[in-house]
Design a protein. Structure first.
Length: 206
């Protein structure tokens, strides 16, 4: 973390204190300093995400890889639990029946089970598109972490969710552009969990 702080200083990049833990954790995970500039935050997104996790809200991911990367000790400390529905039989069946993706169906199911959850999307643009529709329809999650990676509908889905979250007062952290991934989704969630549980790296506070 000290090396990251030093290089940010060398590059002349100043991270707002509120965003520092999230940005640095994303850089630490990827060794990619683009995250110092491509992560976008709605007002108070980090503080509201930390507050939600401190209350023990459920964390829903769109991949089991992201789920595996979320720190279980931090979850336990905060009495939170994390889930991913992508491999559930009923999700696959509903996706086939409705001719849509498992990611989209898993968001609908997750929203029905835990409407105040933190949703972390690191892979599927269709999950973001569905979340956008749900938020427009009245869903108010505690936070949306939107960092899918790729080329097809990735940029558009991120721009859409960021706009709608801003309009509806839903906190969001979005990696604008093509970059992201399940590892980045987990890293951002971990940054928030560490902050909420007091387990942050001391270097981040200097």
């Amino acid at each position: 973390m000290r090396m990251i702080l030093a290089e940010l200083k060398e590059r002349g990049i100043a991270i707002p204190e509120e965003h520092k833990a999230v940005v640095m954790r994303a850089i630490h995970t990827t060794a990619d300093f683009d995250y110092a500039e491509n992560l976008a935050f709605t007002p108070d997104a980090v503080l509201r995400g930390i507050a939600a996790l401190s209350r023990g809200v459920t964390l829903i991911t769109d991949t089991n890889m992201a789920l595996a990367g979320v720190n279980k000790n931090a979850l336990d400390t905060l009495h939170c639990h994390a889930v991913c529905y992508m491999a559930e039989t009923h999700i696959a069946e509903a996706a086939r029946k409705n001719e849509t993706t498992r990611a989209a169906v898993s968001m609908v199911y997750g929203a029905s089970e835990y409407p105040e959850a933190v949703f972390a999307v690191g892979n599927a643009p269709t999950a973001l598109i569905k979340l956008t529709e749900l938020i427009e329809g009245g869903l108010r999650p505690s936070l949306v972490v939107a960092v899918p990676v790729g080329f097809v509908n990735v940029v558009e889905s991120k721009e859409g969710i960021f706009r709608v979250c801003g309009e509806c007062g839903v906190p969001a952290i979005v990696a604008m552009g093509r970059k992201g991934g399940s590892n980045v989704a987990a890293a951002i969630c971990n940054a928030l969990l560490y902050e909420a549980s007091g387990a942050f790296a001391p270097e981040m506070r200097k």
